[in-house]
Design a protein. Structure first.
Length: 419
């Protein structure tokens, strides 16, 4: 098993390119199951989650070829059953339910695993399938959905903590082959949902309103093959921007959609950092002493929950008292205990973290608990005095393409070593 070793205190500078979005790539790869014809997907990031999805497609009978960042999928004949051994490693594997139901009119998928960041039920996904006319059973750890035919319906996907992104994806993918018109109310507005809708429309779907709270899907008889480029990963982009804030002399993040990370750049600007935006890049540089911040996570276009841990790492060494409230996954503070091992002063009050900035963090052995927490520990290690070793870096490899190599290009003293 690998760990990442960081010698802290090295200033970062230069530029880095953002990879394709993990959270776009997974449902878009799943959507290739909706057609018998070949699909070509470009800028698929080299991540373990993407590899798992390709394994799932192969298990279901699709022909899959990967060359660098381009994936070719031809799902001419597919099965509709994905057992536990195939899907257990990744929660996003649940997004094959929608395409299988849409094309095969039935699916049996084992309840998946994934990051331990709090309860993330799929009840809204199943509610959407039932509204389309599917029968749903959950038994022996499997979800079974089946329908002689799917019929358009009005579906509200509002959840306890806001709209569901994967639920919106799943219902949209099932609805494209349903009879009549489906209206998804309280839909997730994330750019990744828009990316999936754009790909489905290239395949011949008729989807309007993606990126708003109301998506309208007019069902079609069948879909055809298509070619598509995945959008840049806004969470990776945000993570590098925070790295530039933590210990940068001037860091430019390239191949980025500035609008997608506006909540992050607004927060960093409020902290006092200079933000320079170009059409496809953002440069962050210091601008005097950083300022404390009050922040709350919200569904897009609010501040993303997937950037909360990284901001904790930044604010841990920002003078004054900062407050972060986690409104999406209230239990998502697994990184706090590890940051405290490095000298951070953080008090948790329910879903709120109160952070008293300190002058120095200190290198220590720490353990990653989930994808974004592991990135936060790496960022803290860049700032800390001495050596930080982050174990369980398989969490990082789920969602960051060569994170250690990219940070090294910016001047970080960072290496991957065997446990």
């Amino acid at each position: 098993m690998d760990k990442i070793r960081i010698h802290g205190g090295q200033p970062l500078s230069g530029s880095i390119k953002v990879s394709g979005s993990k959270n776009s790539a997974l449902p878009i790869l799943a959507a290739t199951l909706l057609t018998r014809e070949p699909c070509i997907i470009h800028r698929v990031p080299d991540l373990t989650d993407a590899q798992y999805m390709l394994q799932i497609l192969t298990h279901l009978g699709a022909q899959v070829e990967r060359a660098s960042g381009t994936v070719n999928v031809k799902a001419e004949t597919i099965a509709s059953v994905a057992p536990y051994d195939v899907v257990r490693k990744m929660r996003a594997s649940v997004c094959i339910l929608g395409p299988l139901l849409g094309r095969c009119k039935e699916a049996t998928v084992s309840l998946p695993g994934g990051c331990v960041i709090g309860d993330r039920p799929i009840d809204l996904h199943l509610k959407g399938f039932e509204a389309l006319g599917a029968a749903v059973r959950v038994e022996a750890g499997n979800v079974k959905v089946f329908a002689p035919e799917l019929t358009g319906a009005v579906i509200n996907l509002r959840g306890k903590f806001g709209p569901t992104v994967l639920g919106t994806d799943n219902v949209m993918m099932a609805a494209v082959l349903a009879g009549g018109t489906t209206v998804i109310e309280s839909a997730a507005q994330e750019p990744e949902v828009v990316d999936l809708a754009n790909f489905l429309n290239k395949m011949g779907a008729k989807i309007e309103g993606a990126g708003t709270r109301r998506i309208i899907v007019e069902g079609v008889k069948e879909l055809h093959g298509a070619e598509h480029d995945i959008i840049p990963d806004r969470i990776e982009a945000g993570t590098f921007l925070v790295a530039g804030a933590i210990c940068g002399k001037g860091v430019t993040v390239k191949r980025i959609e500035p609008d997608h990370v506006r909540a992050v750049t607004d927060a960093l600007a409020s902290c006092g950092f200079r933000i320079e935006t170009a059409p496809n890049s953002i440069t962050i540089s210091p601008n005097g002493d950083a300022q404390p911040l009050e922040l709350m996570t919200e569904p897009y276009p609010g501040f993303p929950t997937d950037m909360q841990a990284q901001m904790c790492a930044l604010l841990a060494t920002t003078g004054g008292i900062s407050v972060i409230t986690e409104n999406v996954f209230p239990q998502r503070y697994m990184h706090v205990a590890e940051l405290k091992r490095m000298g951070a002063h953080v008090d948790l009050e329910g879903a709120t973290a109160v952070i008293q900035g300190v002058d120095h963090l200190f290198g220590a052995p720490v353990m990653a608990s989930d994808l974004r927490a592991s990135a936060a520990l790496v960022l803290a290690g860049l700032k800390a005095d001495g050596i930080t070793e982050v174990s369980r870096v398989y969490h990082i490899d789920r969602g960051y393409e060569h994170l250690d190599e990219k940070l090294s290009e910016l001047g970080a003293e960072i290496e991957r070593v065997k446990e």
